[in-house]
Design a protein around this ligand. Structure first.
Ligand code: ASP
Length: 309
């Protein structure tokens, strides 16, 4: 396969395993390039990309921007806090105004689930979903699975547990889809109040005891509690959450095997993971960040190659 089966990256749900393989192979190539002294390639010299962030982001926005610049694309950045959205303009109007400046691709983060798919139906540009509410965050899942593959050589047959706030996490859903497509077994672990009832229907194992989950897994992906999406309290206190679902060295040492630790960032040190664990050799958190640039270069490049000239 030399081209993606999709024209937009709206979610992992729409991808085939072969699409992910192609993105990984392309990312391998770009990873080699970004480790050279001259990190830039002229591939997307004629492409203009708009990064539209209607919700806060630090690493995802930076990572996309670096990826686009390494490909020599022209980049414009827009964030809702400085925009007319605050003055009441609709999403379609905002985006159409930007597109009339001849933009070829839009990378969008939005607090509403389905916003990227909605946009794709209404505007004529390639769309990359950079996170739509608690729904999907496809490039995060691609970089996570790529990092697991880099560590083990394969994803097939690996046991991966996603720990914490599954209910409000777009990282969890996209990871579940990607891991299953690539042949991993997926478990989710957290307090019952943060595990959606439908989750078993996706074919994942549910575990509420963190120690048992760690004993089962090869990889633990520790999620941040998404306080910004909570209207009510889902657990008694942060202290109690940390006592039951926080990952610390003592707990890791007690499971009798070495597992790989991941985190999508931003980390709440001392809440879902201690600094000692986050900074340990078992953690591949900074590899995930590095791989994020290569993955976003790959996705951007592959979608841009489908733009008719
Ligand atoms: N950065 C990830 C996201 O945007 C994870 C997080 O915020 O906790 O969903």
């Amino acid at each position: 396969m030399s081209t993606l089966s999709v024209d937009h990256l709206l979610g992992i749900k729409y991808l085939k395993a072969e699409d992910i393989q192609l993105i990984f192979e392309t990312a391998d190539h770009f990873k080699e390039i970004i480790n050279r002294p001259i990190k830039k390639v002229p591939s997307l010299r004629d492409i203009t990309i708009a990064n539209l962030f209607f919700e806060n982001s630090t690493r995802t926005k930076l990572s996309f921007e670096i990826a686009q610049k390494r490909l020599s694309a022209d980049v414009i950045n827009f964030s809702a806090s400085q925009s007319s959205v605050k003055k009441g303009e609709t999403l379609i109007d905002t985006v159409n105004n930007i597109l009339s400046m001849k933009v070829d691709m839009v990378v969008m983060r939005h607090p509403t689930p389905g916003a990227a798919a909605f946009l794709q139906q209404h505007v004529d540009a390639r769309i990359i979903n950079a996170g739509d509410g608690a729904h999907e965050h496809p490039t995060q899942a691609l970089l996570d699975t790529y990092s697991i593959k880099e560590k083990f050589g394969t994803i097939k047959g690996k046991n991966v547990v996603i720990v914490g706030d599954i209910l409000h996490s777009r990282v969890a859903l996209s990871n579940i889809f990607a891991l299953q497509l690539l042949g991993a077994q997926v478990m989710v672990c957290g307090p019952k109040s943060l595990i959606p009832k439908y989750i078993r229907e996706l074919g994942v194992i549910v575990e509420t005891d963190l120690k048992k989950a760690l004993q089962w897994c090869d990889v633990a992906n520790m999620l941040r509690v998404q306080n910004e999406r909570m209207e009510v309290s889902y657990f008694p206190s942060v202290r109690e959450y940390t006592q039951q679902y926080g990952l610390n060295k003592e707990l890791l040492d007690s499971i009798g095997k070495e597992i790989v630790i991941m985190h999508p960032g931003p980390i709440n040190r001392g809440v879902e993971i201690t600094s000692e664990v986050a900074d340990s050799k078992q953690a591949i958190i900074l590899d995930q960040v590095e791989n994020g640039v290569a993955i976003r270069m790959a996705v951007t490049y592959l979608l841009a190659s489908k733009i008719e000239s």
